[in-house]
Ligand binder design. Structure first.
Ligand SMILES: NC(=O)C1=CN([C@@H]2O[C@H](COP(=O)(O)OP(=O)(O)OC[C@H]3O[C@@H](n4cnc5c(N)ncnc54)[C@H](O)[C@@H]3O)[C@@H](O)[C@H]2O)C=CC1
Ligand SMILES: O=C(O)C(=O)Cc1ccc(O)cc1
Length: 295
């Protein structure tokens, strides 16, 4: 049991994929959930969650939410509103409802209005994941040492926010609280745009003629390999991220276009000083990230 954290009686994970199953396993590891139940619409995921011992009960009946004091929406961003509406009639008085979606303003827009007034909705996003999906991809250590951002609405119940924060800390995360708008702008540049670039570059390479494709695979130990890992991420999840964080992603994409234009010009006119200066700056940023991780 995690020191000082009162366990939840019944935790409902709605969407027992990579993040849902990892959270369930991490809660178990921390001993902060007496009972874990899974709600999902994929029969194979329900079976796997039971078979792998991720959940004590699992099914596609929204009444599974009855009696839960913590409900975690772990479905793609575009499905959060629909799933919350299904669970809503079964939610207990005082339950904390949260989510793990990669976009926050759209989830809050879709979920908050469909919930009854007797629950506490606090949106959240663990900054931890992989390119894999489904219950079998989950692991208890996923959130260890990783950030988790909570974006409570103004006027959210402070005890509920604190309780949710202790749950994320119990599973190993470092919690930060910020506005949903700020979250969406920060994640647009740090996560959403990098995924868009990876999907694009792998797609562009694949469009090249057959003999080049073989060479792409053969020499993919270079930087391209990292892009292929990211570009293997779940298509539905990422479709929903881009459709639901449209404004911030398009703003960052515009800035990227401008910077790419400057680099293209420097290459065309042989301006080595500009290229070197740019690359020296980005190297310092990378080293700063590594140093901050080690601190
Ligand atoms: N994959 C990643 O690296 C990260 C994902 N996230 C967020 O976590 C959420 C879940 O992502 P993953 O766990 O990666 O996805 P996943 O594809 O592994 O799991 C999603 C689960 O939700 C179920 N589901 C989908 N729509 C449903 C519906 N309408 N009703 C009931 N069940 C439904 C699916 O059957 C599946 O079991 C997404 O919102 C994503 O933005 C957050 C951080 C990292
Ligand atoms: O696998 C990777 O490199 C990731 O970037 C994982 C990830 C994907 C989506 C998120 O919202 C947060 C983390």
């Amino acid at each position: 049991m995690s020191a000082g954290v009162a366990p939840f009686e019944r935790v409902l994970i709605a969407g027992i994929g990579l993040i849902g199953s990892s959270f369930a396993l991490a809660l178990r590891r921390a001993g902060v959930a007496k009972q874990i139940v899974a709600f999902d619409h994929t029969p194979a995921h329900i079976d796997e969650a039971l078979h792998l011992g991720i959940a004590d009960e699992a099914g596609n009946d929204p009444a599974l939410a009855a009696g839960a004091d913590l409900v975690v929406l772990c479905v793609p961003v575009g499905a959060c509103g629909k799933v919350a509406a299904k669970l809503a009639p079964h939610l207990s008085e005082g339950a904390i409802v949260t989510d793990v979606g990669s976009v926050k303003q759209a989830v809050i827009r879709d979920v908050a209005p469909v919930l009854p007034p007797h629950v506490h909705f606090i949106a959240g996003h663990p900054i931890a994941g992989t390119e894999h999906s489904g219950p079998a991809a989950g692991f208890a250590e996923l959130f260890d040492g990783r950030h988790c951002i909570l974006t409570p609405a103004e006027g959210a119940n402070p005890e509920a926010v604190a309780r949710l924060q202790t749950a994320w800390e119990a599973v190993g995360s470092r919690v930060t609280i910020m506005s949903a708008e700020h979250h969406d702008r920060v994640l647009a540049i740090t996560s959403h745009l990098p995924h868009l670039i990876a999907y694009t570059i792998v797609g562009t390479a694949t469009d090249l003629e057959e003999h080049m494709q073989q060479e792409v695979i053969k020499y993919s130990a270079g930087g391209f390999r990292d892009f292929t890992r990211i570009a293997a991420s779940d298509p539905v999840m990422w479709r929903d991220v881009f459709l639901n964080n449209r404004e911030a992603v398009l703003e960052m994409l515009g800035r990227l276009h401008e910077d790419l234009g400057l680099l293209a010009r420097a290459i065309r006119i042989g301006d080595g000083a500009t290229l070197e200066e740019k690359f020296a700056t980005t190297r310092a940023i990378r080293r700063g990230i590594i140093a901050a991780k080690q601190a």
